[in-house]
Ligand binder design. Structure first.
Ligand code: MV4
Length: 447
């Protein structure tokens, strides 16, 4: 039984988790860096412990400080949120060694899905469609060129320790392979301390569609439909929605069933996401599995009328799944409001919020940690708010989002609100004609 939860995170997700804990009657402990002492997660948790200076490496990523804070406050569980330690298998083991319940999947599941070519092999064996490519690591340039010739160009070289686009290279023809291999391998070594690469065929005209799954400790695993996440910029999602405007009931069932098989293959516990590339013929291919609660979980929640964080805590404490598979009830859209200047290449724009007005009304949800006179520190992620709309139809959800963005006032910093105001009036977005390259091909200012 969990009684007191330490939240090893900051910002909007720390608040989101604190609220869910309090609804469940659980006590909460916030941890914070010196830069976050005026943050709302510190005020709204029952207790708060300062764990170090501003730098993430010395605070939110510092395992010894977080474990000490949990022991000092007698917490019995740790919720990692997303980012930071959420997908660190060593951290899960250390929690277990200290009799702390890690609110998330097993260390094994995290490790298995963190190695991208092992993850792909696990999924392939479970019956999940994967992109044709190498069986595991490609050890040399000659081996890579042999496999590339077999499957046909263009191909992608990807880092096994990668994810999110780093250490990834597109190769159009045989002459480009050697250079791409060396560059990708070097980048992988620099970013992940692991130069190993795998190779696969390029999937063209693709959308990013992901399936939410959730499992309990009794081996029950269900899927909770898909999210469309194709509006991205440099591998950063900007808009997500549920359901996808292009997924039929039949495809939803097929992708859902495949995702459950994949999650079962790693005895998955808690909420997780299976990411797919979906090509122009609606073939879907496994890309990676995220073994955490994701930023965009609210669109699934608002589409189904559920609370994923509460369910995550319940299954971590050993309860049976209480959710069931059901078709989307509502359409929900999320706009990520970042402290960035979209007029200048989305460069970071931290600083003091001088004036603030929140939108509201029927079908609007706002997950945020900001308040008037709050100072956004420059050390962390630029996400300052998630604006979520939900309605019976996609068009109504877009209309509600448009109004909410127009009402939203944040002065003192630049935000991505003007970008979203444009997108919600863009014909291609309204028609659902979007793919992962949309923002590369189109300058948002001219849309
Ligand atoms: C691909 C691909 C096309 N073909 N793999 C990007 C991040 C990483 N998770 C995998 N990524 C891709 N892998 C094959 N075989 C295109 C991408 C990709 C992408 C995927 C999802 C969302 C946005 C993207 C932007 C550029 C490339």
């Amino acid at each position: 039984m969990i009684k007191k939860v330490l939240i090893a995170n900051r910002g909007e997700i720390a608040l989101r988790i604190i609220r869910a804990c309090h609804e469940l009657g659980l006590r909460t402990v916030a941890v914070y860096s010196e830069a976050d002492k005026r943050s709302l997660h510190v005020r709204f948790a029952n207790e708060a412990v300062c764990i170090g200076p501003a730098s993430s490496l010395d605070s939110y990523l510092k395992i010894t400080s977080i474990i000490s804070a949990a022991e000092l406050t007698n917490a019995d569980a740790i919720h990692p949120g997303y980012g930071f330690l959420a997908e660190n298998a060593d951290f899960v083991k250390i929690c277990q060694d200290h009799d702390l319940t890690f609110i998330g999947p097993s260390a094994n599941a995290i490790r298995n899905m963190g190695h991208k070519s092992k993850a792909k092999e696990t999924m392939r064996r479970a019956g999940v469609p994967v992109v044709p490519g190498s069986d595991g690591i490609v050890n040399s340039i000659p081996e890579a060129s042999k496999i590339a010739a077999e499957i046909g160009y263009p191909v992608m070289l990807k880092a096994v320790a990668g994810g999110g686009g780093k250490g990834m290279r597109l190769v159009d023809e045989p002459s480009g392979l050697e250079k791409a291999f060396l560059l990708a391998s070097n980048e992988a070594e620099t970013f992940f301390n692991n130069p190993d690469l795998y190779l696969e065929k390029l999937v063209v005209g693709s959308r990013h569609i992901e399936v939410q799954v959730i499992g309990d400790k009794f081996g029950n695993i269900i899927h909770l439909n898909e999210r469309e996440c194709s509006i991205q910029r440099r591998h950063q999602k900007l808009i997500e929605e549920a359901p996808s405007p292009v997924v039929s009931e039949k495809l939803r069932a097929t992708m859902g069933e495949a995702s459950v098989l994949g999650a079962k293959a790693v005895d998955y516990v808690g909420p997780g996401t299976i990411e797919y590339l979906v090509d122009d013929k609606m073939n879907f291919f496994f890309m990676e599995m995220n073994t955490r609660i994701q930023v965009e979980h609210p669109v699934t929640e608002q589409s189904l009328g559920i609370d994923l964080i509460k369910e995550q805590i319940r299954v971590a404490s050993g309860e049976r799944l209480s959710l069931t598979v059901s078709p989307p009830l509502m359409h929900s859209i999320e706009c990520r409001i970042n402290a960035e200047d979209p007029e200048h290449g989305f460069r970071p724009s931290p600083g003091k919020i001088e004036s603030l007005h929140f939108p509201g009304g029927n079908g609007i949800r706002l997950d945020t940690h900001i308040y008037q006179s709050y100072e956004i520190p420059p050390f962390y992620d630029s996400l300052v708010a998630k604006l979520i709309s939900y309605a019976q139809t996609r068009l109504e959800a877009i209309e509600k989002m448009r109004n909410a963005l127009d009402e939203f006032v944040i002065e003192g910093i630049k935000t991505t609100i003007p970008f979203h105001q444009k997108m919600m009036r863009n014909k291609d977005f309204i028609d659902g004609n979007i793919d992962t390259k949309y923002l590369e091909r189109n300058d948002w200012k001219n849309m």
